[in-house]
Design a protein around this ligand. Sequence first.
Ligand SMILES: *Cc1c(COP(=O)(O)O)cnc(C)c1O
Length: 367
Amino acid sequence: MKVKFKDLRVLDARHRQRLLHAIEDVLKHGQLLLGPEVDLFEKKIADYCGVEYCVGLASGTDALLLALQSLNIGKGDEIITTPLSWISTLHAIHFVGATPVFVDIGEDFNISVALIEDKISSKTKAILPVHFKGRICKMEAINKIAKKYSLYVIEDAAQSFGSSYLGKKAGSFGDIGVFSMNPMKVLAACGEAGAIVTNNKEIYDKIMHLRYLGTVDREICTMHSLNAKIDTIQAAILMENINHLDEIIQDRIKIAKFYNDNLSDIVTCPEINDSPQNRIALFDYAILAQDRDRLKSFLEDNGIEAKIKHAILMPDQPAYSHLSKSDLPVARRIVSQILSLPFYEKLDQVDFAYVAKKIRAFYETKN
Ligand SMILES: *Cc1c(COP(=O)(O)O)cnc(C)c1O
């Protein structure tokens, strides 16, 4: 038996046909760059998130970078963020020349709000929380702190498109919400893609220029920037995939609940919220496991692909060895125990039941 971590093939023939039609339409009209599907995609994303504006971008990394640039964040500014994220989050801060300030996380894998205020200095410009694995951070508390100290809030919502909290969608709490729609994400393109959402017209206008090399009317260059436009074909594909998003989220919640029901007495499982006000669009299903490395090899020996995401905290990555070592006890413990199990909406019942059975077998034979 083999159980893959994720499977990106489009095996459903009807859905494959819908995607091919979407691509065909773009090939017929030929506006491969900023074609009409890009505008439609942006309207759809803004509506879905309950915000005024969306800009489609080439990737989540570009979205983070342009978000910071649009707020004039740069050299001498400090950004408060989490140590546990995909390295993109830190790269974006690095590339605008700002200094990251890391705040430890809580048991929910997200930035620990109670520790933020201690790290605020006269140089702090923004808080950049990451909704890790799809779980939205304590945004009402984060916004309160931001207001008190006049800080921007940029949500790295790359892993949480479709999640809601307090009746609001991920990305709609801060000044700017950043998404990735790369093929690993819950709302996925068939290649690289990303977006930002905002209610601020000025930010929106600026990011529209920033994504096109800092040009106005595609000719006069007023800002330094790179090319970060979303492809029309990816926008067309995403418009199709978003129609199925709620179903995808529900299917993932079902699998997550099965894992929880079968594993929560032996490992630490994530809390699964699925009320309309508070729903998690789960990106990854991650447990905290004792003897994690041996469990991972045991699963591999049984044909099950599990992954550690992430084994190394961002500030501990070799590329950031110049940063002073931060005291991050919870984050360090969590990355020593975290393990992501096979998890995607098309995962078969037989497969996830087998994964759960093998994890139980590992702990039961040990004792
Ligand atoms: C995927 C991801 C990104 C980067 O998105 P790309 O589209 O791959 O550039 C940024 N932050 C987080 C938390 C992510 O998971």
